[in-house]
Write a protein that binds this ligand. Structure first.
Ligand SMILES: O=c1ccn([C@@H]2O[C@H](COP(=O)(O)O)[C@@H](O)[C@H]2O)c(=O)[nH]1
Length: 477
């Protein structure tokens, strides 16, 4: 289940926008838990917090720094804490991770080993840093846009109060992923700041922080930050409440106070005009999300790349990477499958080497036998040109990854034909649109592509993944 599905299920079930920080901070621990063994005191206290709050929150947020500060026992405590959170409640790891070099390996550790549902990230390394976290389709990230620390003002309000950096971060990070992938972390006591961010990002989930610092303005904060559905804002339980032995009671009364404001907003909104998103989903490419995920995975690269023909292209598509990401690989297979369902054939043939895993996946899905023409015939062993069993006269559909000049796929198809097989259709994932389809037709083959290169580039450009320069260089090819 995705982070957002989990989150909304809990918002509904527990009727709560509250989240709790699961932070082993000895300074904030209730004195009731103090003992000579600090780690087990903290463990007992965190367990108490989870037990008291699980029915009244929509998420938990452990701060990695507090666990790291306790050394190896701290990291062990983190594992115990994560295991103690009921599995239906999402966990947002507050790491404020900011290092590009460790992003891929860190994403893998926290999402696949620790199994947290979301993470907080610092924005300064840009989309390159965020991308490795976004290739996990069920997970989400929260980008730190604003903090309430007075010392940060000199940066956040830069260059002017009218066009402050924190709003630029909000606008930019909206291009980094869909609302189901990228939320915003906003630390502020100022409802005006929250209102500005909400106006720029009406569709984003906001993880509110530090709202209690000045107390007393909960209503304004809620009015500024909630969306028209009365949600879209995750509200922290005040830290000092977590040391209260009556935690469960306290949290329920806070939840009631918040829900009163939410209900008023929902009621008022139902009598007002409906909010329309600033993105027209009708115009979105049907493979929009898959294109962005392929880009985030590094399958679409920009730079100078020499093709087999010697031509230099400003980009290179490397679909071989998908085999290491089962989620994306599955989506790619589904896209091929939609085309293959409408074709008639006895066998599938993959073009080595890049398309062999894809052809294998499709053969398994479609329960269809597979063969492949060898790239080179070995001087020993069977010396076969075609691997796998077949009967001359059968019809074979050829599967390949990308059509540039068509040379590889035509060579493969001709080897199959020489063995007495019929080739009517060639299915690729990407057509580079250099008139290769006509070349295929001249040979008697019908070319089918899941995507064209211009559909990919348009989608990346509209989503803000590539800039104008990259987009225009592509248009010149
Ligand atoms: O961006 C690219 C370009 C090429 N490839 C590989 O080349 C063949 C397609 O080239 P043809 O000129 O049509 O023979 C394709 O099968 C890839 O293996 C690539 O991966 N990415």
């Amino acid at each position: 289940m995705s982070f957002f599905d989990k989150l909304y299920d809990n918002i509904l079930q527990n009727q709560s926008l509250l989240f709790v920080g699961l932070d082993p901070n000895p300074e904030m621990m209730s004195t009731d838990y103090e003992s000579p063994d600090v780690i087990s005191s903290l463990e007992n206290w965190l367990q108490f917090i989870i037990t008291e709050t699980a029915d009244f929150v929509c998420a938990y947020k452990p701060t990695l720094g507090f666990y790291e500060a306790l050394g190896i026992p701290g990291l062990e405590l983190l594992q115990k804490t994560l295991a103690a959170v009921p599995s239906h409640i999402p966990v947002i790891l507050d790491a404020k991770h900011s290092d590009l070099n460790t992003s891929t390996i860190f994403a893998r550790t926290i999402f696949t080993e620790w199994q947290v549902d979301a993470i907080t990230l610092s924005p300064y390394t840009g989309q390159d840093h965020v991308a490795p976290f976004l290739v996990y389709p069920d997970k989400a990230v929260f980008i730190l846009c604003c903090t309430s620390n007075p010392g940060a003002e000199a940066l956040q309000q830069c260059p002017t109060n009218e066009s402050p950096l924190y709003l630029q971060v909000v606008k930019e990070s909206k291009n980094w992923g869909t609302p189901e992938q990228v939320g915003l972390e906003v630390g502020t006591t100022n409802p005006d700041i929250l209102a500005l961010i909400r106006a720029v990002a009406p569709e984003r989930m906001i993880l509110a922080r530090s709202i209690w610092a000045e107390g007393g303005n909960l209503n304004q904060i809620l009015e500024a930050g909630l969306n028209n559905n009365g949600d879209g804002l995750l509200i922290p339980v005040p830290q000092d409440m977590l040391a209260n032995p009556q935690l469960s009671k306290e949290i329920q009364s806070l939840r009631a106070e918040i829900n009163q404001v939410r209900n008023k907003i929902i009621h008022d909104a139902s009598t007002c005009s409906v909010w329309l998103p600033d993105v027209c989903l009708l115009n979105q490419h049907p493979q929009h999300d898959l294109i962005l995920q392929l880009y985030d995975l590094g399958c679409i690269m920009f730079g100078e790349f020499v093709q087999a023909s010697g031509a230099i292209f400003p980009y290179y598509i490397d679909l071989r990477k998908i085999i290491s990401n089962p989620q994306i690989f599955n989506q790619v297979l589904s896209a091929y499958e939609k085309i293959l369902q409408n074709l008639n054939f006895d066998r599938l043939a993959g073009i080595p080497y890049g398309s062999l895993p894809t052809a294998t996946g499709l053969a398994l899905r479609l329960h269809c036998p597979m063969i492949f023409p060898r790239k080179e015939v070995k001087a020993h062993g069977t010396r076969r040109v075609i691997e796998g069993d077949f009967h001359p006269g059968e019809t074979v559909v050829v599967v390949d990854d990308i059509l540039i000049s068509g040379k590889s796929v035509i060579e493969g198809a001709e080897k199959l034909q020489s063995a007495g097989l019929n080739i009517r259709d060639i299915v690729v994932f990407i057509d580079h649109e250099q008139g290769v389809n006509n070349k295929l037709l001249e040979k008697g083959y019908h070319g089918h592509a899941v995507l064209t290169i211009s559909e990919i580039m348009n989608t990346l450009y509209e989503a803000g993944r590539i800039n104008e320069e990259q987009f225009s260089v592509f248009a010149e090819v």
